[in-house]
Design a binder for this molecule. Structure first.
Ligand code: BDR
Ligand code: CA
Length: 322
């Protein structure tokens, strides 16, 4: 059983991550924290509440950082629409937020639960996690691990080298990857394999429930923007990949690596520089290379798509019975 805090900015794929976590017996969702990213903190928080209401998910939701640490916020209207989760008709919000700031929710939860029992799953900009590390550094040794959506070792989706979650708050990402905790980076190299294909959508349609129709509306909208903007045949379900990995580690291959974040490059700001332990080709005894030798991190490389699809369908089926 993985006990997680999902830190997110819903976000179409964030919504599927919430549903996958709540619909799986292998996950205990301790809470959802929100962060400014795909849209304003107000909108992504409302979206998180809406997803939970649609699916009957009753977990604390705590609103978090309204801006990145250093740089101004960059919303993602072109991909996620004006609300951050355009497409489905959202219910009127009837639930209350947790009274705490997300940073305090994360700290309180991690410090109150047994050591090494809580996994953090950031799938938006890493702002809340970085702030929590600064406010209560003891969370770093207390958390079991961090499984994060962000980055890439091949190419980006905002610039040629930078992925959105890292690009919008690179200083926060740098702090999280440098932290002395085990971090798994689930980047675009992996998540672009996690497509909500027609086959997957057809399986969800057969479930014939409100939550299944909600998911199809989500994929309908994001599928269109991914087709228009990136010429993708189907939308990637980025954020859900982290949760899938925690449900069943065999769903993806991961490799040990050092992960650093480029903070200053004129063309490469927000790039994740990944030094795989088991891939040869770099002379690394001195200088910058020597600093990239600590391979505590791991990076996701290959997805077992059929297994991923089964996990998504199973979770939506489970939520459909509520
Ligand atoms: C990431 O950026 C966001 O738009 C998605 O929700 C995902 O977390 C993909 O680059
Ligand atoms: Ca996200």
């Amino acid at each position: 059983m993985e006990r997680i805090i999902l830190d997110c900015d819903p976000g179409h794929d964030d919504a599927i991550a919430i549903l996958l976590a709540a619909g799986s017996d292998a996950i205990e969702l301790l809470g959802i924290t929100t962060v400014a990213g795909n849209n304003t903190i107000d909108n992504v928080t409302t979206n998180a509440q809406a997803v939970c209401q649609v699916a009957g998910i009753e977990v604390p939701i705590a609103r978090g950082a309204s801006e990145p640490l250093v740089t101004p916020q960059i919303v993602s209207h072109d991909i996620h629409g004006g609300t951050g989760m355009d497409g489905p008709v959202l219910p009127e919000i009837t639930t209350q937020l947790d009274p705490r700031h997300a940073v305090d929710f994360i700290i309180d939860t991690v410090m109150a639960e047994p050591a090494q029992s809580v996994t953090l799953v950031p799938v938006g900009p890493f702002t809340n996690i970085a702030l929590a590390m600064r406010k209560e550094p003891r969370i770093v040794e207390r958390v079991k691990r961090v499984v994060a959506m962000g980055g890439s070792y091949t190419r980006g989706n905002v610039t040629p080298s930078a992925e959105y979650n890292i690009y919008v708050d690179p200083e926060a990402a740098e702090a999280v990857f440098r932290g002395a905790w085990p971090v798994t980076m689930v980047g675009l190299d992996l998540t672009h394999q996690a497509l909500a294909t027609q086959e997957l959508q057809d399986r969800v349609r057969l479930l014939d429930s409100d939550v299944a129709r909600f998911v199809l509306d989500i994929w309908g909208f994001i599928g269109k923007t991914y087709e228009d903007v990136f010429e993708f045949p189907a939308p990637p379900v980025h954020d859900a990949c982290c949760v899938a990995y925690l449900i069943d580690p065999s769903v993806m291959r991961v490799e040990p690596a050092h992960i650093a974040v480029e903070l200053h490059g004129q063309w490469t700001k927000g790039m994740t520089v990944v030094n795989f332990r088991e891939r040869a080709g770099m002379h690394h005894s001195t200088g910058v290379a020597a600093q990239l030798q600590d391979h505590r991190g791991q990076v996701a490389t290959e997805l077992n798509w059929p297994r991923f699809a089964d996990l998504v369908v199973d979770a939506i089926a489970q939520l459909s019975t509520r």
